[in-house]
Design a protein around this ligand. Structure first.
Ligand SMILES: C[S@@+](CC[C@H](N)C(=O)[O-])C[C@H]1O[C@@H](n2cnc3c(N)ncnc32)[C@H](O)[C@@H]1O
Length: 274
């Protein structure tokens, strides 16, 4: 299946706007806001630093970073999509926050020009993750650090009486829909392959007892997409979604998912392990 996040500008402009509104609003969901705060804490920005937010989308992480580097620092949000960046710029921010359109193949900054970089839920969508990890390493100074937030759909646990049907839908969704949904578990190997030193890794588990948590609105969509793509038939769809709805209305719904925050350093030094 094609992944709209690989380049939102390829979509009709109203669809790209919808994606931008979706991720911008998502940042206010409590579990996502907590994940973003944890990513910023993992990067531990200091006044005067120059930081990059790669795959910045509407700038939700960049806007958190900018006040922390202060007026003597700089935060640059980089994204492939003009539509995302237009939305980000319209959200405003302090003078030290700016945006650049770029696809990561050659980030338009000299070697060693940043102290650190953040990347939130972007690597799973990019066409060339290895090249981007190499490029990010190039633009960081020696001792610079990279903090990555990625979820992993293979860690979704959802309670349902039909285990085989649940596995069929979730495995298909994980393997097929919207990017590389195993990116969370692949971060260590991918960072090592790109020459990074891997430091701290944190796992954040979101437990959903209703559909308000970030990831579980899309369980119903997983069922719909599995039906549209011939993975399940109509009666299987109705049975699967029907039980989820019934559990939601009776308080028996339970789902969880893991997200990972990994901190990597350009050199082996104590600095990036904080
Ligand atoms: C799911 S959004 C995440 C945005 C933001 N980091 C957040 O957490 O809200 C993924 C973003 O990656 C961007 N993206 C995809 N491929 C890219 C590439 N090759 N270079 C730069 N950005 C890319 C998309 O345009 C999109 O804005």
């Amino acid at each position: 299946m094609s992944n709209p996040w690989t380049n939102p500008d390829r979509l009709p402009s109203d669809a790209a706007q919808s994606l931008a509104q979706f991720i911008n609003a998502r940042a206010d969901i409590p579990d996502q806001s907590a994940a973003h705060a944890a990513l910023v804490e993992a990067l531990s920005p200091r006044p005067g630093e120059r930081l990059l937010d790669f795959g910045c989308g509407t700038g939700v992480i960049a806007r958190r970073l900018a006040p922390l580097v202060g007026s003597t620092g700089a935060v640059v949000g980089v994204d492939i999509s003009a539509a995302m960046l237009e939305f980000a710029r319209a959200c405003g921010g302090p003078a030290q926050l700016s945006y650049e359109q770029n696809d990561g193949a050659a980030i338009p900054f000299p070697d060693g020009s940043f102290d650190g970089a953040a990347m939130a839920r972007a690597l799973l969508h990019v066409a060339h993750p290895h090249e981007i990890l190499v490029e990010l390493r190039r633009v960081l100074r020696p001792g610079g650090r990279l903090a990555i937030l990625e979820c992993d759909w293979g860690t979704v646990a959802v309670d349902h009486s039909d285990r085989a049907l649940t596995r069929r839908i979730l495995d298909w969704r994980t393997d097929t829909v919207d990017g590389n949904n195993w990116m969370g578990r692949q971060l260590v190997a991918r960072c090592l392959a790109a020459g990074w030193r891997v430091g701290d890794i944190r796992v954040l588990t979101t437990i959903g007892r209703d559909e308000t948590t970030t990831h579980f609105g899309s369980l119903r969509r997983s069922g719909e997409l599995a039906l549209q793509n011939g993975i399940i038939d109509q009666s299987e769809h109705d049975r699967w979604v029907g039980e989820l709805d019934s559990r939601l209305s009776t308080g028996l719904f339970f789902a969880s998912i893991n997200e990972f925050i990994l901190v990597a350093g350009k050199e082996e030094d104590a600095d990036f392990r904080r």
